[in-house]
Design a protein around this ligand. Sequence first.
Ligand SMILES: NC(=O)c1ccc[n+]([C@@H]2O[C@H](COP(=O)([O-])OP(=O)(O)OC[C@H]3O[C@@H](n4cnc5c(N)ncnc54)[C@H](OP(=O)(O)O)[C@@H]3O)[C@@H](O)[C@H]2O)c1
Length: 267
Amino acid sequence: MNDQKTALITGASSGIGAEFARELAAKGYNLIIHGRRRELLEELAREISDKYAVSVRIEIAELASRAELDRLTKIVEQTENLEMLVNNAGYTTRENFHIEDLQGQINLLNVHLTATLALTHAAIPNMLRHGKGYIINVASVAGFFAAPRSALYCSTKAFLNTFSEVLHLELKDTPIKVQALCPGFTLSDFHKKLGYDPKDPCFKKFMTAQFIVSQSLKDLEKNKVYSIPGAKYKFIVLMSKWLPKRFIHFMTVKYYSRRRAAKVGTK
Ligand SMILES: NC(=O)c1ccc[n+]([C@@H]2O[C@H](COP(=O)([O-])OP(=O)(O)OC[C@H]3O[C@@H](n4cnc5c(N)ncnc54)[C@H](OP(=O)(O)O)[C@@H]3O)[C@@H](O)[C@H]2O)c1
């Protein structure tokens, strides 16, 4: 089993990360699944081990903590046959930038950016030695917009988009493929953690994590640097590049105010 390819997925305890774990196990990857909710990770590890002949290792780490991130980075450096890194862990906050606690915003920045930079920096030389590699940075459609009460969320996701695009160019003559995965509204624990009622009818319009992951992996095979699952979201992102900023700002504020009034997640 030791020479089998390995994938490390951050934020695999639920939602999109857990689905990546299931899909990659089905493709024969040994897994290192990361998160903070141990019980959920253990449950996922049992589910996968019952179904597939792969090893599943659990790593608990608070990614806003430099010491815990350093420990995970060492694991990325030292894992033999590391072939896939999914930088997926993420969350958001709910208030205007000046109202949110500053340290909380810095923590968000560290989870989305510092962790992605450190793990990716460690993964690339390892993947080059292995002779093959895939890096998926889970950004968001929000990275193409500026939405109120999402200063850190939108700007860190925009960073992840550009960062992935630059790596895609820097690594184009190597056997490493890089993708920015940009989901729109997706069913996961993301909105539950913000206090939204999962029974709200609006969630019926959300995409499933299975759909997001299957689109991402299809786009990775095609070496597409941006994966934007769903025709609606592809259209929205296209429009964000063509329509005048003032119009986009007007529509964004209207849309987010309506969603806030309806008490449904807005990321
Ligand atoms: N759901 C959406 O509508 C949507 C849309 C666009 C983009 N995304 C992005 O998709 C990614 C996955 O989110 P999801 O929707 O699957 O939500 P989720 O079910 O809440 O999963 C988020 C994962 O990130 C981990 N995480 C969060 N903060 C962390 C921290 N400080 N340290 C370590 N791990 C942390 C969580 O671990 P624990 O809970 O175990 O701590 C969990 O495993 C995120 O980057 C999110 O921004 C989501």
